[in-house]
Every structure is written in structure tokens, then in C-alpha cells.
Design a protein around this ligand. Structure first.
Ligand code: ZN
Length: 475
């Protein structure tokens, strides 16, 4: 039961230790960056998927599933796309004992798997919009240091792909995706900023890319999702055409929306504390853990009360676990705190006798709940827990930005930096060098700190077209 490293002083060390201690993943699988989803981690992941599915299906999107292998002939049709991915694709070149005629890419993302089939599905304007998503594993042969959930080589990935009648319908779909992500982030109690990526950092083949970035401490951020507008950049090479109402043939405009297990990493990084992970109720494998405190002579009554409470809460749709292991209560408290369980209910002889339970939430707040109103009281405590997480994260979020007016100020930044940028790529790279990170781009929404008009470009001093931009380091 070693203490975790200090979160403020050594965020990444804390993160790696907290993920291990919570047993969300097992990194000992003998392929780098391909980790085992443990029972606990997989349960959190499925709950995260459920949040994504609920919000995307509310916008009319439907699930599909495409194969993991993509023929090289399809993979290379969009030139920027192949350029962007060629360094990190795993290739399957042999089948049994013989070389394949056409090598197969293990999908790093699925545009090139899906779009040849979209070309068959889309015929008429009546087939549009086509909004589908899949939740699959994607693969990237990343040679950099891997980190659980944040940088892995087998990625649990959510991707929506859509076809729209024209550019403005596609822009509307982008807006709908932004609204859907707003609701997902609300469930995860996760603050973020929507940022338009600079040209050199947009998705390969995209017209533009928007990303969701969450500052996690110091100058560091986690990119937890992206939405891209493709215009006709893919529909032309893949010949995704439809007959318009006037009889003319037109190319569809496309969008995509991508999320991944990084969201789980962001949740751990944002909410966790000195005791370990803190999970919002929406994704916690167990929302409630009941700890029976067995005393001589009262064991049976205590167990009966604990199990009875669990049954009732489960019938109410709660994910509940009764920890009946033969261990000290203190050890059990520690065990579930490390794993981020939102609410613990302690049931001892006194509670069993009076029809109550002692509630302790993961933020350490205690109260007594009564058997008579168990379901509604637990519901109220969990709502309040999430609300507090959200407020706490939001308060930290606003502290994590500051303005810089000169390049040297970016070196050794203690916060994410807001700065004036003229839009030129060479100035962008100068900014990236100075902060030893990335120019994330220009915010699409208001920043949480007061700002006037941007002054001259921080790199070249130009006063012509400066915009506020964000620079940070990836965690
Ligand atoms: Zn400039």
C-alpha cells in the first residue's frame, strides 16, 4: 500500500501509479502499448461506451461494424491521408505460408475501410444524411513511450462517419457532434475547450479539424476527441455520389467524430487525488460498494441487511457490490477508495438494528441514510457527488490558463498559454519550439479567463490578423 507520487509535483508519475493502483489495466502483455483490459477497467470502459452510444444515437446515428483489415489499394486512394498515416500502420503481408497479392492494413482509423462501401450505399438524395458509427479497436505502430489509455498501440475507438448533401449540412452535423460531446463530457464531469487545429495538425485529408482539449495541470493537456469536416476530400477519390432532386450527380460532404479510451485517461487525470482514482457515477464499475462490518454475534443480521440494501439498489438500476471478503474494514475502505468508487455504505450491528447505513462518498463526506428511503437518498448523494466533481474540475480548469505576450515566457510554462498568433505556420512552429509542445490552435468558444483583443503576434509582432491561440504540452 505504497503512497502515490504527489499529483501536483509529478503528474505523469502520479497518473501511471493511480491507473495501476486502481487495476484499470494490466500493462504486462508482451506487446508494447497493447494492454489487457481487466474486469474492473473493462466495466468502466463499457459504461463509458454506454454514455457515447446514448448521446450519439439520440442524434440519429446508428451502429455498424466494418472489418479491421483494409486492402492497400483502398488505403492509398486519398494522398494526404496515406501520407499522414504511412509511418504508423501495421501491415499484414502474409496469409499462411504465402505472400498476399495485396497487403492489408490493420486499420489505424476507418475512412478507407468504410468509404468504398458508402459509395455503394449512397445512391440518391433520399439516402442522405447517412450517419453511422462504430466502436472498434484501431491500431497505430507508435514508437514513442506508451501510456495506458493516453498513448497505446491498440486503441479502443469510437468513430462516427457521415455523408451529407452539401457543405452546410455537414457543418450542421459538426455542430450536432459538438453538442453531443457536450453532454458526454457533462456525464463525465469533464471540462474542456473546443479548439480548431492549425493546418499542419489537422486530420490527414480533412478540410478542418476541431479537437476537445482538457488541461490537466501545468502546461499539459489531454486531447480527448475530435470532429472533422472533410468537404469532398474523401467522397471524390472514393466516388461517393448521389443523384440530387434536380437529377444532377453530386459528391457528398462528409464528417467524422472520433473518441477513444483517452476519455477514461482524462477522467482519471482530472478527478483523481492523493488516494487514487475518483470516478463519476456514470462510468464507475460500482456506483456503490457496501461494506458489512461484522461483529461477534451480529454477523448474520449485518450480512442480511447489507445484501438486502444491495438487492434493492440493484432493482433500482444501481451498480452495487457487497464486499464480503474476509478482511479488515479499513483495508476494504482503502481498496475501494483507490479504485474511485463514488459511494460506500457501511453497515454494522448498529446500522442493521436501526435500519440505516453510514454513507461515505469518495470525497470523504459522511451522512446516514435510512432504509425507508434508501433508493432516493443514494440517488441524491450520487447526484451531489457528480455535481461537486464537476464544480471542482471547472474551478481548476479556469486556473489552468494564462496569457503570454513574449516567446521566452512560454519556456517552462506552469499553465496552458493563451497568446496572440498571426496564423502563419512559421510563427506556429516558433511557438511550439518555445513551449516544447504544440500550438493547439484557435479556440472555438470563449476562454475561461477575461481577454481583450489580441495584441501583436507573439512570434513575428505582426498586428495584421492576430487571433487568440492556445499552446500546451501533451500529457
Ligand atoms: Zn506571426
Amino acid at each position: 500500500m505504497a503512497d502515490l507520487p504527489d499529483k501536483t509535483a509529478a503528474l505523469i508519475d502520479w497518473y501511471l501509479a493511480a491507473v495501476d493502483a486502481a487495476e484499470l489495466t494490466d500493462k504486462r502483455y508482451p506487446v508494447k502499448g497493447m494492454n489487457v483490459w481487466t474486469a474492473y477497467g473493462l466495466s468502466a470502459r463499457r459504461n463509458l461506451d454506454a454514455v457515447m452510444i446514448r448521446e450519439i444515437e439520440a442524434t440519429g446515428s446508428r451502429a455498424v461494424e466494418f472489418p479491421a483489415l483494409i486492402p492497400r489499394t483502398e488505403f492509398v486512394k486519398e494522398s494526404e491521408h496515406i501520407k499522414g498515416f504511412e509511418d504508423e500502420v501495421f501491415w499484414v503481408t502474409r496469409g499462411g505460408g504465402s505472400d498476399l497479392d495485396i497487403p492489408l492494413a490493420l486499420r489505424p482509423t476507418s475512412e478507407t475501410a468504410i468509404y468504398p462501401i458508402f459509395a455503394l450505399w449512397v445512391r440518391s438524395h433520399r439516402d442522405l444524411p447517412l450517419n453511422v458509427y462504430q466502436i472498434v479497436n484501431t491500431f497505430r505502430s507508435d514508437t514513442k513511450t506508451t501510456r495506458p489509455f493516453l498513448r497505446v498501440r491498440e486503441i479502443h475507438f469510437f468513430e462516427e462517419h457521415t455523408c451529407q448533401v452539401d457543405e452546410s449540412a455537414a457543418t450542421e452535423r459538426v455542430r450536432s457532434n459538438l453538442a453531443a460531446f457536450r453532454k458526454m463530457a457533462e456525464a463525465l464531469c469533464l471540462p474542456y475547450l473546443t479548439i480548431r487545429r492549425p493546418e499542419w495538425d489537422k486530420f490527414p485529408g480533412a478540410f478542418y479539424s476541431l479537437a476537445f482539449d482538457t488541461p490537466v495541470g501545468g502546461a499539459q493537456t489531454i486531447q480527448s476527441g475530435t470532429v472533422h469536416h472533410y468537404r469532398e476530400n474523401f467522397s471524390r477519390p472514393y466516388e461517393i455520389r448521389y443523384e440530387a432532386a434536380d437529377g444532377s450527380q453530386r459528391f457528398v460532404h462528409q464528417t467524422t467524430f472520433g473518441l477513444s479510451e483517452r476519455l477514461l485517461g482524462a477522467v482519471v487525470a482530472i478527478h483523481g487525488d492523493a488516494k487514487g482514482a475518483v470516478l463519476p457515477a456514470a462510468i464507475a464499475p460500482y456506483e456503490v460498494v457496501i461494506v458489512p462490518i461484522l461483529a461477534a454475534g451480529a454477523g448474520e443480521a449485518v450480512l442480511a441487511a447489507a445484501r438486502g440494501y444491495a438487492d434493492r439498489l440493484r432493482r433500482h438500476g444501481r451498480r452495487v457490490h457487497v464486499d464480503e471478503r474476509d478482511d479488515r474494514p479499513g483495508a476494504k475502505y482503502y481498496h475501494w477508495e483507490t479504485r474511485g468508487v463514488p459511494l460506500r455504505l457501511d453497515v454494522g450491528p448498529r446500522e442493521a438494528q436501526t435500519g440505516t447505513a453510514t454513507a461515505v462518498d469518495r470525497l470523504g463526506r459522511r451522512s446516514t441514510v435510512s432504509s425507508a428511503s434508501l433508493e432516493s437518498e443514494v440517488h441524491g448523494i450520487l447526484l451531489d457527488f457528480d455535481r461537486t466533481l464537476r464544480e471542482r474540475a471547472r474551478a481548476a480548469f479556469t486556473e489552468r490558463f494564462s496569457v503570454a505576450t513574449t516567446l521566452p515566457e512560454l519556456t517552462g510554462s506552469k499553465t496552458v498559454r493563451v497568446l496572440a498568433w498571426c496564423g502563419k505556420e512559421e510563427c506556429g512552429h516558433a511557438i511550439e519550439t518555445a513551449i516544447a509542445g504544440g500550438l493547439l490552435g484557435t479556440p472555438e468558444e470563449e476562454l475561461p479567463i477575461p481577454l481583450g483583443d489580441p495584441g501583436p503576434c507573439i512570434a513575428c509582432g505582426s498586428t495584421e490578423t492576430p487571433k487568440w491561440a492556445i499552446a500546451a504540452q501533451p500529457l
